[in-house]
Design a protein around this ligand. Structure first.
Ligand SMILES: Nc1nc2c(ncn2[C@@H]2O[C@H](COP(=O)(O)OP(=O)(O)OP(=O)(O)O)[C@@H](O)[C@H]2O)c(=O)[nH]1
Ligand SMILES: [Zn+2]
Length: 301
């Protein structure tokens, strides 16, 4: 079973199940604003040494490895590698492992590509225009159904992507044991309740265990999961789980700050409110110093 398929199929509760109980995400509130992504590496010193901030787990409490003996021994034996539980609840591959659209939305049809959906989608938009009392045949609207269908496919193009392809092998063996943070990654997503956008920024940190990830791949992971119909909480968790699957680090931290247009343009109409969600796994959850170091880096100018 490919790890890509596991993630694409997971509901929020399945993601929770996949994360070892000791690493269940906690919520933190932060607020700040910056536009550009910044990659930071931080050295640990003095009282915040690596040994201090790692909470070593006794052998018997280690989460079971999904790959068994294939896991390389960590360079730092007292740093537990964060490994997802084997996803026994995930059904076996039925030959549609790349068809994440099918799996995420639990639809019956199995389109060979999502582009094949365009004609039906365009017809639906044409009906919608009629429903609005518009004339879909007037000059300005004649191509609108097709344009809107293409736009919607773009907004949800993450359904066409999978983690393995996106990583493209850019996982490197490296004896680096300090925190890596890529912050302020722009994010555009679609609220699954109202089909209107929410947007904002994502900050990701991880503590490597012998493996590092190509930096751009963190932003690409954000794209995989933000370009779908989403809720912010699930998006946050999926990003953290994907980073865990990619490099099995000692810990992963993800903070997402989002503005939901369903709360701005309609409904409660609160134009200044922001939603902040976080997922803290491994040492980021267990060790307050590590979490604080991450949040300081995320909040620094
Ligand atoms: N938890 C969560 N809720 C979301 C997200 N995006 C939208 N929502 C909420 O989904 C809820 C849907 O509530 P409903 O009462 O069914 O729909 P509604 O009548 O349009 O609700 P209002 O937005 O309050 O007008 C609203 O409270 C939205 O704010 C999200 O990413 N996470
Ligand atoms: Zn909404």
């Amino acid at each position: 079973m490919s790890f890509t398929r596991q993630l694409s199929e997971m509901s929020a509760s399945e993601l929770n199940d996949a994360i070892d109980d000791t690493n269940f995400p906690q919520a933190h509130i932060i607020s700040r604003g910056r536009n550009n992504s910044v990659c930071s590496t931080s050295s640990t010193s003095g009282t915040s040494s690596l040994a201090d901030r790692v909470v070593a787990q006794p052998e018997e409490t280690q989460p079971p490895s999904s790959t068994g003996s294939e896991e390389p021994a960590p360079i730092h034996p007292n740093r537990p590698r964060l490994i997802l539980k084997s996803s026994t609840s995930i059904p076996e591959n039925d030959g549609h492992e790349n068809c994440t659209f099918h799996h995420d939305l639990e639809l019956d049809h199995k389109p060979p590509t999502r582009e094949a959906l365009l004609p039906d989608m365009a017809r639906s938009y044409r009906l919608l225009l009629g429903g609005l009392g518009e004339n879909p045949d007037r000059q300005g609207l004649i191509k609108t159904p097709e344009r809107a269908a293409k736009a919607m496919l773009y907004f949800t193009k993450g359904y066409d992507q999978n983690l393995e392809d996106v990583l493209n092998g850019a996982v490197f063996d490296e004896d680096h044991d300090e925190m890596v943070v890529v912050k302020d990654i722009e994010m555009f997503s679609m609220c699954e309740h109202h089909l209107v956008p929410f947007y904002g920024k994502v900050s990701i940190g991880y503590l490597p265990c012998n493996k590092i990830l190509g930096l751009s791949k963190l932003a690409r992971i954000v794209e995989i999961f933000s370009r779908r119909l989403q809720v912010q909480e699930r998006l946050t968790k999926q990003i953290a789980v994907a980073v865990t699957q990619a490099v099995q680090p000692a810990g992963v931290a993800v903070v997402v700050e989002g503005v939901h247009m369903c709360m701005v343009m309609r409904g409660v109409q609160k134009i200044n409110s922001k939603t902040v969600t976080s997922t803290m796994l491994g040492v980021f959850r267990d060790d307050p110093k590590t979490r604080e170091e991450f949040l300081n880096l995320v909040n620094s100018k």
